[in-house]
Design a protein around this ligand. Structure first.
Ligand SMILES: [Mg+2]
Length: 397
């Protein structure tokens, strides 16, 4: 069955909310981000209004650079709690159209509306209804892409921003993608992009038309994945939240900290909780990610793939520490830290999955005992002091 997938993405979300709530900001360049400190600020731009984009300001840009480009702009600190409240209302509107709703970020979601068409009309009609509801209820605009898979829908939503609606009809995916730059393909980073360009491949269509046995297909799994995307093929399902997509915990410090020992101790506690939840859900994680928010709200994250799926602190924590060290900047206070695990493998009914064999038996036994204690005495009953300040580094087998 051909699916109907929508990608809904709010336009310049934080800036749009600020312009909505402050009429005096409307029609003006608004930059939401850290304090520019007259060009000396060290944080980044979170989002900016379309008026600011005309000056070359964009998200993730250093705030000092934004200040140089647009000194007369209106610089606003982010109000994440307000944006989260608005986001919750948007997601509630979207949830009215399908149960198959996957929120990707604070202002972005995929919807599989294949089963909703009888009730609400075609994908295009549903997209129009959603845009209308969001504008009518929240005075904000969204851009929507409609296609038969996530990848195409995501690209489509970006093409006519702001207030866009782009529909890619089934069978025309290849044609739609062909003229677009290869940098738009998911999974194409600067390195891959440079490599593809060295092959003379600049447009997605050129990648799709490479002859069989080409050097991209010889890149292995990743190469085949790119070729499939270039041909408009993407079978990934829309995964609603309650699925086991990822398990994570994060915490905001009472006051921002630069103390490496406190960060490490907190990281261990978070990892403990994540590992316990993994085991409770009979899941093992393939990827581990660390999220960091600095005092100016600039947020970064880094992830890595484990050698084999894991559900124990002994395996996950050392990896988390390594990731944290790669993100930690000297003397920059940290506001929030999080540990997330993803690409989960679930133990299926009645059959043990191979990860039971792969995880060191000693770790699993210890983990089971710890779960037991935590269950009886609560989460703070035990700490693994040895992992925080080890005499020798914990073994990551
Ligand atoms: Mg957006």
């Amino acid at each position: 069955m051909v699916r109907t997938i929508l990608h809904v993405d709010m336009d310049a979300f934080y800036a749009a909310v600020e312009q909505r709530d402050h009429p005096e900001y409307r029609g003006k360049p608004v930059v939401v981000g850290s304090d520019p400190k007259n060009g000396k600020g060290r944080g980044i731009v979170a989002t900016c209004s379309y008026e600011a984009r005309k000056f070359g300001v964009h998200s993730a840009q250093p705030i000092s650079q934004a200040w140089k480009l647009c000194p007369h702009g209106i610089y606003v600190r982010p109000d994440m709690q307000k944006y989260a409240r608005v986001s919750a209302r948007i997601m509630r509107i979207l949830a009215g159209f399908t149960d198959l709703l996957e929120q990707v970020s604070i202002d972005e979601a995929f919807l599989d509306v294949s089963g909703s068409r009888r009730l609400f009309g075609t994908g295009t009609e549903i997209a129009v209804k959603i845009k209308y509801r969001i504008y009518n209820d929240l005075s904000l605009t969204a851009s929507v892409g409609v296609a038969q898979n996530k990848f195409i829908a995501k690209i489509a939503s970006d093409l006519q921003k702001p207030d866009g609606l782009v529909v890619v009809e089934t069978g025309r995916e290849k044609e739609f993608l062909a003229p677009l730059a290869i940098g738009r393909l998911w999974g194409v980073g600067p390195k891959t992009e440079a490599y593809l360009k060295s092959l003379g491949v600049e447009r997605i269509g050129q990648l799709a038309d490479l002859p069989p046995g080409n050097s991209v297909s010889r890149m292995g799994k990743a190469g085949m994945h790119l070729l499939r995307l270039a041909r408009g093929i993407d079978d990934r399902p829309v995964l609603p939240e309650e699925g086991f997509k990822s398990i994570g915990h994060e915490i905001t410090f009472d006051s921002d900290t630069t103390d490496p020992e406190l960060l490490k101790k907190t990281l261990l506690e978070l990892t403990e909780r994540v590992a316990q939840r993994l085991r409770k859900n009979k899941a093992c994680a393939r990827t581990v990610a660390i999220k960091f928010r600095e005092s100016d709200f600039s947020t970064s994250s880094r992830r890595t793939t484990l050698d084999s799926p894991a559900d124990t602190v002994e395996v996950i924590f050392p990896v988390a520490v390594k990731l944290m060290k790669s993100l930690l900047r000297h003397d920059v206070p940290v506001r929030l830290i999080g540990v997330h695990t993803g690409n989960l493998e679930l133990e299926e009914d009645g059959k043990q999955m191979s990860f039971f064999d792969r995880a060191p038996r000693k770790d699993r036994k210890l983990a089971a005992a710890m779960d037991d204690i935590v269950q009886r005495f609560g989460g703070n009953a035990i700490t693994r002091a040895a992992l925080v300040s080890p005499k020798k580094p914990p073994q990551n087998k």
